[in-house]
Design a protein around this ligand. Structure first.
Ligand SMILES: C[S@@+](CC[C@H](N)C(=O)[O-])C[C@H]1O[C@@H](n2cnc3c(N)ncnc32)[C@H](O)[C@@H]1O
Length: 320
């Protein structure tokens, strides 16, 4: 059996993506292949934060539509870029050998780097947090300017685990303003998963910068996934406050131009957004470069009123 055949069989048997199937094959004990693959899958980390817009539930659908990952991307020679990484659902699904992650959210990036570089101290710190409303409000009121990176990271995970709906929302001054969430017994320190995440990040770069910086780094053959703040479906449905900067028409057009520049360079590019006339229009304008817009159905909890949490359509834009 060639490597390619083995990867295909692993991918089908375990219903996983080809990039991770390839990596698992390389790591596995070949004398006991399928048992060892099952163990490697078991050891796979999950995203460590709940993040609005998380893509986890959509990945199987992307795969079944044959849109993800791109067939011709070679994870051994080329790199994966996720410049709006958020909770990193796609990164944790692929676990590519070479990856560069970035996000404009400073606290999030500090947290990734503390998990990567200082996991024991982080776990020690997280174990001290308490699930109580008054305590939560005290922690929430702290200004990150006065905290060390380790304190920023543990506070960030604590707030994410105990706030309402696991949301991240800041006011115009960048202060976290999500209310206390009611849970029966939230896991503040998921030590096992955090340790797995730490190992998975060992060779990964995680930077706090604007997505446009990807233009300075990605090369022909690399795979770039863009999951930006979505263009609002309506004025009231708008949820663009992961950071204190807006991400509206002008920013979406700049992103489309970045998508095109990467396409011309020979990168594989995939982008998610809302299925709105504006987004369809700006990507239709670059269809002649081989860009394809596909509609996908997604259930997303972006509205705090339960009754308005129905399924909404998204688009997946690809250049392959
Ligand atoms: C839709 S979320 C990504 C969700 C992610 N795919 C997941 O699975 O959790 C968008 C992310 O883009 C980040 N962001 C917003 N503006 C940005 C910019 N100009 N450059 C880089 N990241 C940005 C936000 O902080 C947020 O984490």
């Amino acid at each position: 059996m060639t490597t390619q055949q083995a990867v295909k069989e692993i991918q089908k048997k375990f219903d996983i993506n080809t990039i991770f199937a390839h990596r698992a094959f390389l790591l596995a004990d070949k004398s006991n292949l399928f048992e060892d693959i099952a163990r490697i899958i078991q050891e796979k980390p999950k995203p460590f934060v709940k993040w609005v817009g998380g893509k986890r539930q959509l990945l199987k659908q992307f795969r079944e539509m044959d849109l993800y990952p791109p067939h011709n991307f070679n994870p051994l020679s080329s790199a994966y870029f996720e410049p709006f990484v958020g909770g990193g659902a796609v990164f944790f699904d692929l676990l590519p050998q070479k990856a560069v992650l970035s996000d404009l959210n400073k606290e999030l990036v500090i947290t990734y780097n503390i998990i990567k570089n200082d996991i024991n101290a982080l776990i020690g710190s997280l174990k001290k947090y308490k699930y109580e409303k008054e305590y939560y409000l005290k922690i929430r009121a702290k200004k990150i300017e006065n905290l060390s990176d380790l304190e920023i990271a543990s506070r960030f995970i604590y707030l994410n685990r105990t706030c309402f709906n696991g949301m991240y929302r800041v006011n115009k001054d960048g202060g976290f303003n999500v209310p206390f969430g009611k849970y029966s017994n939230p896991t503040i320190c998921d030590e096992d998963n955090l340790r797995k995440v730490s190992s998975a990040l060992k060779n990964v770069k995680i930077e706090n910068e604007d997505y446009k910086k990807v233009l300075g780094k990605a090369k022909k053959g690399d795979f770039v996934y863009f999951d930006p703040p979505y263009y609002p479906v309506s004025k009231t449905a708008s949820f663009t406050s992961y950071t204190k900067e807006d991400f509206l028409d002008k920013e979406q057009i700049e992103l489309r131009d970045t998508f095109l520049a990467l396409t011309k360079r020979g990168c594989f590019v995939m982008l998610s957004n809302s299925d709105t006339p504006f987004i369809n229009k700006i990507y239709k304008e670059i269809e002649k470069y081989g860009v394809k817009i596909t509609r996908v159905r997604a259930g997303r909890a972006i509205n705090s009123k339960g009754s308005k949490r129905g399924k909404i359509n998204e688009v997946l834009v690809t250049n392959y």
